[in-house]
Design a protein around this ligand. Structure first.
Ligand code: SAM
Length: 456
């Protein structure tokens, strides 16, 4: 057996891709190792979304150079978005890298690694490729929760974003292929799936016949063994009433939606080419909250986009307070080569971005604390997915609204079960709960609608 060390940066889709690569290479007799110094092959799966993500990769490659010096037969590869964006420039800056390949070439990873191993010059594969569903997983897929990519690419062309360049145009996997993958995950114990796509709610438009995410949710909802379904990332532009109703009507779909706002200012939204206004976004929130009471919302925000004034920024803060997000991911605008915003001449200074980032996180923290507080005293379904990080002997899980709950399981192993827990305290980053029922009473706790009915 040869040894593979995988380093993954970036989004969930990268995690999913890394798993596929490990699965494919396992078929070629590569087993995973945590220790880079004993690896025969090191692959770095990269992210380009912000400059800082790329800097991390280059500094990682700097560390790996020392290993390569000691062991010239070690093969080092860079894969993913940075490979697709920077192409040969990676090997110019890090000549010890033997192999660079983008996500369209993942299905051919074994052949590419073999070429690199034979040392016939640096291997570079960064073209477009057909969308292929790869079922291989290094461990047979045994896990409680899994990501499942349902579509690739993005055609929104937000002026700040490299994704259309790194991941190409929108391509959806056929529903039967997705369903088959999830069915096989359920058979080996998976209880929760997160459907992934850069604009997941544009799913299916490109298929023939066309379909949509609402229809896919229904099909996934019918798979035995799966108890929870999440999906990300949704774009407000493609959010339909049909999808909003599916969140309400498909019992396994969790009451949680990540809906990037990016900015609360119409002027900035227009310059970002987001395709919606602040009023339209608020209309969607109203429809969501009316259709799915208790829906938890999270969002992405960019601070310091070119030309963003104090007034624009104040409008973003105001939206955070008005909407009451459960969670906010705030990013300082990062100038990405090849994007229209990188060429805008009214770039915002770094100190202003840093200050706005601090202020937005402060506002988001206040809002999230108030949202958490309202959960105190409620009984919530928790899918137990591990032991508590805080205290030994305790178990941890997540609510349907994606909050972490720690509770005393009285020494019982509840891993993989959905259990009712009363929330006794809201802490800044998690909830404390109390198990309210004897888990030995049944073989398995009921899930979804059945549980909700019992608790009502
Ligand atoms: N496709 C989704 C959308 O546009 O709604 C989001 C996907 S992106 C991988 C995750 C987040 O990174 C974006 O929502 C945005 O907030 C942030 N992001 C993207 N490009 C950025 C940039 N150039 N600078 C700072 N943040 C950026």
């Amino acid at each position: 057996m040869s040894k593979l060390h995988l380093i993954t940066y970036g989004c969930q889709m990268n995690e999913y891709d890394s798993e596929r690569v490990a699965g494919l290479l396992k078929q070629e007799r590569y087993e995973l190792t945590d220790r880079p110094e004993e690896a025969d092959l090191i692959l770095v799966n990269t992210c380009s979304i912000r400059e800082r993500a790329e800097d991390k990769v280059y500094s990682q490659l700097g560390v790996l150079r020392h290993l390569k010096r000691r062991r010239p037969d070690l093969v080092i590869g860079v894969m993913g978005c940075m490979a697709q964006l920077q192409k040969g420039r990676i090997q110019d800056r890090a000549p010890h890298v033997d192999l660079v390949f983008g996500s369209p070439a993942i299905a051919r990873v074994a052949e590419l690694v073999e070429r690199a191993r034979q040392g016939r010059g640096p291997v570079l594969e960064t073209g477009e490729g057909a969308l292929v569903k790869i079922a291989a997983r290094p461990d047979g897929g045994q896990r409680l929760k899994a990501f499942v990519t349902v579509m690739e690419g993005c055609e929104k062309y937000c002026t700040f974003c490299v994704v259309p360049t790194t991941r190409g145009r929108e391509r959806s996997h056929a529903p039967e292929v997705v369903v088959e993958e999830i069915r096989s995950l359920a058979e080996v114990g998976c209880r929760e799936v997160t459907l992934l796509g850069q604009t997941v709610n544009a799913y299916g438009r490109d298929l023939s016949p066309p379909t949509d995410l609402a229809a896919l949710l229904e099909q996934v909802g019918a798979i035995d063994g799966i108890e929870r379904i999440r999906f990300t990332t949704s774009n407000p532009y493609n959010l339909t009433s049909r999808l909003i109703r599916a969140i309400r009507d498909v019992p396994k779909v969790c009451e949680y939606l990540h809906l990037p706002l990016q900015s609360g200012s119409d002027r900035v939204l227009e310059r970002m080419n987001r395709g919606y206004t602040r009023a339209r976004y608020l209309e969607l929130i109203a429809e969501l909250q009316e259709t799915v009471p208790d829906l938890a919302l999270s969002t992405d925000l960019i601070v310091g986009f070119p030309g963003e004034t104090d007034e624009d920024f104040a409008q973003t803060v105001e939206m955070v307070e008005r909407i009451g997000y459960d969670n906010v991911f705030a990013f300082r605008y990062s100038r990405r080569p090849g994007t229209p915003a990188a060429l805008m001449d009214d770039q915002v200074p770094d100190e202003v971005k840093a200050e706005r980032n601090r202020l937005i996180l402060e506002a988001a923290g206040r809002v999230a604390a108030a949202r958490s507080l309202r959960l105190e005293g409620r009984v919530m379904e928790v899918l137990v997915d591990g032991v508590s990080r805080k205290s030994e002997g305790e178990m941890a899980g997540r609510t349907r609204c994606n909050r972490v709950v720690n509770f005393d399981a009285a020494g019982r192993d509840l891993l993989g079960r959905v259990v009712p827990v009363r929330i006794v305290r809201a802490l800044p980053h998690s909830l404390r709960g109390e198990l309210i029922e004897d888990p030995e009473a049944g073989d398995r706790f009921p899930a979804g609608a059945a549980m909700a009915a019992r608790l009502a």
